[in-house]
Each structure stands twice: as structure tokens, then as C-alpha cells.
Design a protein around this ligand. Sequence first.
Ligand code: G3I
Length: 355
Amino acid sequence: MDRGLTRRDVLKLGGGVAAGAVLARPAVAYADGGRTKGLRDLARRAGVRVGSAVDTDALASETTYRDVLVREFDSVTPENVMKWEVVEPEQGRLDFAAADMLVRFAERHGMVVRGHNLVWHNQLPAWLTGGSFTDAQLHDILRRHILQEAGHFRGRLSAWDVVNEPLADDGTMRDTIWLRSMGTEYIDDAFRWARLADPRATLYVNDYNIEGLGPKSDAMYALVAGLRRRGVPVGGVGVQGHLDIQYGFPGGVTENLRRFVDLGVDVALTEVDVRMPLPVTPEKLATQADYYRRLVDACLAVDGVSVTVWGFTDAHSWVPGVFAGEGAATLFDEQYGRKPAYFAVRDALAAARRS
Ligand code: G3I
């Protein structure tokens, strides 16, 4: 039986395929008979984790997806299955089945799991967004959610994205249901409740467009400095790293990441992808590879703890569904061929060898 997913796992994950299809022998033929070293081997020697967001449907239904994930990465982040709309579709009805399978899979393959995410303004269940709750009720609902979900995975996750995307692009606090009902205290409370539920996981605040220097990363710096001053257990800043070759590479990335480290928190790249206007050309792929390399170099230069890509194959990427006419944002193409960006990340990890 395949060490990755059991037959029961596959059926529960709802991969919609006969369990045998997933448990078949690896379909990926490598010239060296599968002894190809992956990014995870280089990352280990560099003293960092290299990870990917995981589409659990693809994990359950595609052998190649699973084999490449296991060969290349030693950290996984659930792309969607730990989000509130999935884990509590009706108020009080908890469903961790898909997330449990991913955590079990990760544990079987020597991977750590980054929980994602406990508090966000998006992918909230309809009973919450459509309800008419008082501020006091929302406070209790959020507290219960965090204690229940972080408690469910207690001790099994290396990190949580506790608060996701709390800032607007101009550096003000994003206007969300949580800010409106609880003020900025929702952030302090969320971290305290998460720490109560899980004494071990490193607790992150996670956002995009904070890669380089600018008003949003200034605001993130001020936010984290304030949390630390108040003794809030924030332990990491998640820098998502969603880039687009059309807009250039952000300025001052290393300087920016270093100032977060100087606050005494971990820094992680949490959702890296570099999209491009289609069609793909060699020039665009070269620019993409350059952006990946520069982002990873900056993270490693400041002793960042992990680099996670937001999906590793163009066959399963969120980008085309959101950015019309764009795509090809990941390290592997739709046929799981390594792109120049893959080799750029590989070279960055090899150059950073710390052991
Ligand atoms: O589960 C439903 C399914 O039942 C339904 O049939 C289908 C069609 O409507 O939708 C499915 O839900 C989709 C969900 O992904 C699960 O696949 C949502 O429509 C879709 O909007 C959602 O997109 C996710 C997006 O977050 C939502 O904002 C992406 O997969 C996911 O990659 C993306 O990830 C976020 C991070 O969590 C936070 N940082 C930004 C990043 C990119 O937006």
C-alpha cells in the first residue's frame, strides 16, 4: 500500500477517482530512476524548509502531482481546506476531514504543515457573512473558531497563518468584519487564542504586497512592532510573494525582510508565484526565473525560515481563474516539466548551503 494516501484517505478526500488510480506506481519517469534530488534536499542543507500550497483534490487524484510534491517539498500549506468556509460550513458543524488527510499525508512524508488560515476576510462561511450577529457574538464566534481549529491540530503544525491580510494596500487597516466589530484588538485576541490552543506552532501574520519597502510593509512593520510591545505571541511575518512580471520586481526586499527579522520574528515566504501575461515566451520565463531567484535570495540572506510557493505546477494554479489572460506562475509547467524558475530556486538554495 502506498505510504502516502491510504485507500480510505483517497475515498474520504473525494478525489472522485478509484482509489487504485492514486495508489498506482509513480507515473513520473526520471532519467535517474527516481533518485533525482529535489528542492527539499538542497533546502535541508541550506537550513530552510521549501514548501508548496497543496490542492487536496489533485493530491487525491493525480499520482504525478503527489510524487513531485513529495520529491521536491518538505513543507505543505493547505490551499483551501483549513479555511473557515471548509472547516465549519454550518455553524457548529466542524469538518476537518480533508485537512486531516493532508496533515496525515505530510507526517508520513517527513513534511511540516503550515496552517492557513485562522482569521481572514475571505472564504468565510455563509452562515457567518449572512448572519446578524452583535459585536459581542462575533467576538465569541471568532474565539470559538480559533480555539476549535487550532486546538484540533494542536502540536501537529509548525506554523499558523493566524491573521491573513489585515492591511489595505495603502497601509491602513483593511476594513473587515473583524475590524468593524472588534477594532484592531481582534489581531491581539486572535494571536492569544491561537497560542492558548496550540503552545508550539509559530504564529504568523501573513500578507501580500509587503515584499519590498513601501507604505504597506511600513504598516506591517509597525503592526508587528506594536504586537511585540504588547506581548502578543506573534512569532513570524508571512510575506506572500505574489508577483507579476508586468509590474517589475519590488524594491528593497532584503532590507525590508531584514527589518522584520530585527523585530525578533521569523520571516517566511509563504505564497510565492510569479505570473505573466500569456502566451509564455522564453523571455518571460527568464524574467520569472529572475524574480523567483531574487525573492528566495533575499529570504535566505536574512535567515528566513522557509520558502513556500503557492502551488508548484501550472496545471493547478489559482492565477488563471483570477487574472484573465495571465498564468504560468509556478515552477513546473502543466506537464510537470521543470521551468527556468525551478532551476533558479534550486540554484538559490544550493548557493545558500549553510551546513
Ligand atoms: O469549493 C467550491 C466548489 O464547491 C465550487 O464548485 C467551486 C466553483 O464555484 O468553487 C469552489 O470554491 C473555490 C475555492 O477556491 C476552492 O477551490 C472558490 O470558488 C475560489 O474562489 C477559491 O479560490 C481560492 C482563493 O484563495 C480564494 O480567495 C484559491 O484556490 C486560493 O489559491 C487562494 O489563495 C489565497 C490565499 O488563501 C491567501 N493569499 C492569497 C491567495 C490567492 O488569492
